[in-house]
Write a protein that binds this ligand. Structure first.
Ligand code: ADP
Ligand code: ASP
Ligand code: MG
Length: 401
C-alpha cells in the first residue's frame, strides 16, 4: 500500500514528539507499505516567524513572508528524517519544490496547480521513507510560496491525489473530528465517519482540525481521508463520500471568530444596488459570506455582509466612494462578531433543525444578528462575547452535553 501520513505542528513540537512520530511512521513502513510523510512546522514556529517579521517590518512583502514562513517546515522535515534514521530506517527529507509542488503566485495563499511526484517516486523506489515539507511550493518564477495557514493538510491530500495513494492519514493532537472542538466542549463526541460535504462545511465554518481546501481536494479526487491522534492509539474519524450515520440530525457545531460584518446603511432602494456594492467588494478580491438586505422603507434599504476579519477595512474602503456618491447614511464595520454554525446532512430531510438552533440560542438569551444557510448548514452571526456560550448551548441542545 501507499500511505500518506501528515503530522501537524503540535505532533512534532519537541524532540520526544518527533521521536514518537518517527515510531508511528516506521511501524507503518515495517508492515511493507510505501510511506510519504508531510510535516508542519514545530509547535508555534510559524507564528513566531511572523512575529519576528513584524518586529522588523510590519508591512513586509508577501514574497518575503513566504520565504520566511517556509523555513519552519524545513526544520521539521530534517529533524524527522534524522529521528527515523536514529531508529535504523532509511529516510529522506524534501522541500516543497523538490517534491514537485507547483503553485500559482498568490503569495501566502497560493493554490497548488500540480504535484509532479517523480522525485518522491524515485526515492520510494529506493525503499526510503519520504518526508515532505507541507504548506509550501514553487511558482512559475521559481519563488517559494505558501498555501495559507493550516495548508499542510492540503499538501498531504495533494500528494495522495497525485500518487493515487491508498490512504491519507492526518495525525493531530485530538483523536479525530468531534461534534465540536473537544478542547472547548468537554462533552463533544468523536465521530466515526463524516462525509466530505459535511467536513467541508465544518472546516469552512471554523473547525480547524482539517483545512477546508484539503477537504475540497479530497472530495474532488476521492482521497480516503482519516483524522487520528499522534498521541494516543485510538480509532479516528473517516472522511468519505457516504457514511452510515445519516440518522444523526447534525454532525457538529463550529465557531469562526475570524469574521467581521460590513454594513451599508440607507442606500437607495433601487435595482442594481446590490450588484454595485458586491462587484466593488469582489474587485478587491474579497470573499463575501452571509448577506442580509433589509426590506426597503422610505426609498432606502440596508445591506450587510460578512467577510474575513482581516479583509474588513479593505472591503469598507472599496465601498467608501460609492457610499458617498449614492448618499448612503452610514458605512459600518463591526469586528466583535463571530459565526456559529451547525452542520449535518440530516438537515436535508428534517425541517426543525434550524428552529432547534434558534431555540437553544433564545433560551441562552443570545441575540442573532444574521442568519445564513446551505442545504446542510445553518450559520448565525452573534456578538463575539456570546460565541462560546452559543456553541455550548447549541451543542447541548443537539447532543445533550
Ligand atoms: P495540527 O497542528 O495537527 O494541524 P490544528 O491545531 O490545526 O492541528 O487542528 C487540531 C485542533 O482543531 C484541535 O486541537 C482542536 O482544538 C481543534 N478543533 C476545532 N474543531 C474541532 C472538531 N470539530 N473536532 C476536532 N478538533 C477540532
Ligand atoms: N505551519 C503552517 C501553519 O502554521 C502550516 C500548517 O500548520 O499546516 O499554518
Ligand atoms: Mg492544522
Amino acid at each position: 500500500m501507499l500511505v500518506v501520513q501528515k503530522f501537524g505542528g503540535s505532533s512534532v513540537a519537541d524532540a520526544a514528539k518527533v521521536l514518537r512520530v518517527a515510531k508511528i511512521i516506521t511501524d507503518t513502513y515495517k508492515k511493507g507499505n510505501d510511506v510519504v510523510v508531510v510535516v508542519s512546522a514545530q509547535g508555534d514556529t510559524t507564528d513566531d516567524l511572523i512575529e519576528k517579521a513584524k518586529e522588523i517590518n510590519p508591512r513586509g512583502s508577501k514574497r518575503e513572508m513566504d520565504m520566511l514562513m517556509a523555513a519552519g517546515e524545513q526544520i521539521s522535515i530534517s529533524l524527522l528524517a534524522m529521528a527515523i534514521d536514529s531508529l535504523g530506517f532509511p529516510a529522506i527529507s524534501l522541500l516543497g519544490w523538490q517534491a514537485g509542488f507547483e503553485t500559482n503566485s498568490k503569495y501566502s495563499a497560493a493554490r497548488i496547480k500540480r504535484v509532479n511526484p517523480e522525485r518522491i517516486r524515485a526515492e520510494l523506489d529506493k525503499k526510503r521513507i519520504v518526508i515532505v515539507a507541507g504548506f509550501q511550493g514553487l511558482n512559475r518564477y521559481d519563488d517559494v510560496t505558501t498555501l495559507g495557514r493550516g495548508g499542510s493538510d492540503t499538501s498531504a491530500v495533494a500528494i495522495a491525489a497525485a500518487m493515487r495513494a491508498d490512504l491519507c492519514q492526518i495525525y493531530t493532537d485530538v483523536e479525530g473530528v468531534y461534534t465540536a472542538d473537544p478542547r472547548k466542549i468537554p462533552g463533544a463526541r468523536k465521530l466515526e465517519e463524516i462525509t466530505y460535504n459535511e467536513m467541508l462545511e465544518m472546516a469552512t465554518s471554523g473547525a480547524q482540525v482539517l483545512n477546508n481546501r484539503s477537504v475540497e481536494m479530497a472530495k474532488k479526487y476521492n482521497v480516503e481521508l482519516e483524522v487520528l491522534s499522534s498521541i494516543t492509539v485510538a480509532a479516528g474519524t473517516k472522511v468519505k463520500e457516504v457514511t452510515n450515520m445519516e440518522k444523526m440530525l447534525i454532525k457538529g457545531v463550529a465557531k469562526d471568530d475570524g469574521v467581521a460584518r460590513v454594513a451599508v446603511i440607507g442606500v437607495p432602494d433601487n435595482p442594481g444596488i446590490a450588484f454595485k456594492v458586491f462587484s466593488r467588494v469582489a474587485k478587491a478580491h474579497i470573499c463575501v459570506d452571509n448577506i442580509l438586505q433589509s426590506v426597503g422603507r422610505d426609498g432606502t434599504k440596508d445591506i450587510a455582509f460578512t467577510v474575513p476579519a482581516g479583509d474588513a477595512d479593505e472591503a469598507a474602503e472599496a465601498l467608501r466612494d460609492y457610499c458617498e456618491m449614492v448618499g448612503a447614511k452610514e458605512l459600518l464595520v463591526e469586528k466583535d462578531v463571530a459565526k456559529v454554525s451547525i452542520v449535518g446532512a440530516g438537515m436535508e430531510t428534517h425541517e426543525n433543525v434550524a428552529a432547534g438552533m434558534f431555540e437553544a440560542l433564545a433560551d441562552a438569551n443570545i441575540n442573532i444578528q444574521m442568519i445564513s444557510s446551505s442545504e446542510i448548514r445553518v450559520s448565525v452571526l452573534v456578538d463575539k462575547k456570546d460565541a462560546d456560550r452559543a456553541v455550548e448551548a447549541v451543542h447541548r441542545h443537539f447532543f445533550g452535553a
